[in-house]
Write a protein that binds this ligand. Sequence first.
Ligand code: FE2
Ligand code: FE2
Length: 164
Amino acid sequence: MMISERMAARLNEQINHEFFNMWTYYSMAYWFENAGLTVFAKYFQKQAKEEQGHGEKIAKYLIDQGAHVRLASLPAPVVDYKSAKEIVEAFIQHEVKTTKMVHEIVDMAIKENDHATRNFIDWKVDEQVEEVASANELAQMVRYAETPGQLMMLEGRVYHMLEK
Ligand SMILES: [Fe+2]
Ligand SMILES: [Fe+2]
């Protein structure tokens, strides 16, 4: 194994966290689907699939480094959201937390002189800048909407965000 046991454990934790984000974003997508906001639902489905991709990318790195991938059971995602506003605020919180976790991996890699992981995880540092910006963009729009009708009208802009 080319990385430390400690780093392998930490990266496994991150894989499970990315999959938990996937689970959470599917839960948010289904909430929007139920509310008839199908473009918002698509947005969160796309986010969920991206989270799956992040988990898979880290898993591939572990395997390339001769470590084992250890999946754990995922906590149940929140399902009883009260509003679109609550969802987008939770979305930001998830991405901020994920960013902090990624930065911890960078710190650990530097401490361990683990150049390979340090270099690998840079992709995720950049990715998180985009993820937080995207969550903030969505939240800002939703904060302006006072009625379900206004949320529905926002879907045109969310549609364009999906095309990016
Ligand atoms: Fe992610
Ligand atoms: Fe994310």
